[in-house]
Design a protein around this ligand. Structure first.
Ligand code: SF4
Length: 318
């Protein structure tokens, strides 16, 4: 069994010692993080499969912030599949070109798909990824996205952003010769939650876990478990060399979180000595420096610091 097969099985069955306790927490942390704040793309506020299909097709070659006005104009002009099916194809293609949306054949396919919905499906979209792939120009990725976001009925989405997140978060994926991303992603996704889950993990990859990661700045909910955060190695399949960022502080934060994950609690100086060789309680990199680091992590909700007259004790917040 490969590393990723074992990880998928562990996630599915919840029987890996390291993960079984944490899996629910990993899932909840991501969904909560997404619910608390995310980019407000208008297609995230609808469950209309047609509107979602249009957003997916437009996003294939165009940056998301440029898709927004085009998507709004398109739906104003052709609000339903019936309207689009009735449209003159030349008008749809002209719209595509004038909004710089990439290959015109995507406009042609969309027009064709609207016709299929009207003539073959009686005006209602099919709801499964397999059936959705019967529509013109709709490949496995788009079919799954529409099934997830419109019908909450998809598999885990695996795009470049999601691969980057999984590769950084799980050592098993990083260490595998040929990682099976799909199977890990599907095992990680809570059953029947594809709408929120796929939105959340794609948001994580797009906002926090970009090529240049913003783990602390975006309050990544997986820092406590993330292999890259804890080791300081942020390379990924699409990031072959270590990205440059304000590295050392983040690395020390990662070390604190990793160490506390291995101990129920630690006192301040023991922790200090374990995370840096030049720790001296009253020196430049001593208690004052460490308290600053810990207070940032406490503000982020990752740990708690208990001060008594005798000592200062630190533990992860569970
Ligand atoms: S902690 Fe950083 S590297 Fe790890 S998943 Fe979060 S954003 Fe990505």
């Amino acid at each position: 069994m490969s590393d990723t097969d074992a990880l998928s099985a562990a996630l599915r069955d919840g029987d890996a010692a390291e993960l079984s306790d944490d899996l629910d927490a990993i899932r909840e942390a991501l969904v909560e993080w997404y619910r608390a704040d995310h980019r407000a793309f208008p297609w995230r506020r609808t469950e209309d499969p047609y509107a979602i299909l249009v957003s997916e097709v437009m996003s294939q070659q165009t940056q998301l912030d440029r898709v927004v006005p085009a998507w709004e104009d398109f739906l104003e002009q052709w609000p339903t599949t019936a309207d689009l099916a009735d449209a003159d194809r030349a008008d749809v293609v002209a719209f595509w070109s004038s909004h710089s949306l990439g290959y015109n054949n995507r406009a042609t396919y969309l027009h064709e798909a609207a016709g299929q919905i009207e003539t073959e499906y009686g005006g209602s979209f099919p709801e499964t990824p397999t059936e959705l792939q019967e529509l013109m120009g709709v490949g496995p990725y788009t079919a799954n996205a529409v099934a997830s976001f419109a019908f909450n009925n998809g598999d885990a989405v695996v795009d470049t952003n999601v691969k980057r997140v999984l590769y950084r978060a799980f050592a098993e994926i990083r260490n595998a010769d040929d990682p099976d991303y799909e199977s890990v992603a599907n095992a990680l996704m809570p059953a029947g939650e594809s709408r929120i889950w796929n939105n959340a993990i794609m948001e994580l990859g797009g906002v926090a876990c970009g090529k240049k990661p913003r783990c602390d700045e975006e309050g990544c909910p997986w820092r406590e478990w993330c292999h890259a955060y804890q080791t300081g190695d942020f390379t990924a399949p699409d990031v072959p060399t270590q990205p440059s960022f304000e590295g050392s502080r983040r690395q020390f934060r990662g070390r604190v979180v990793r160490l506390l994950g291995e101990h129920d609690e630690m006192d301040l100086d023991t922790l200090g000595h374990r995370i840096r060789v030049d720790y001296t309680p009253d020196g430049e990199h001593g208690r004052e420096w460490l308290r600053g680091l810990l207070s940032d992590l406490a503000e982020d909700g990752l740990l708690e610091v208990e001060e008594t007259r005798e000592k200062t004790v630190v533990r992860l917040r569970r």
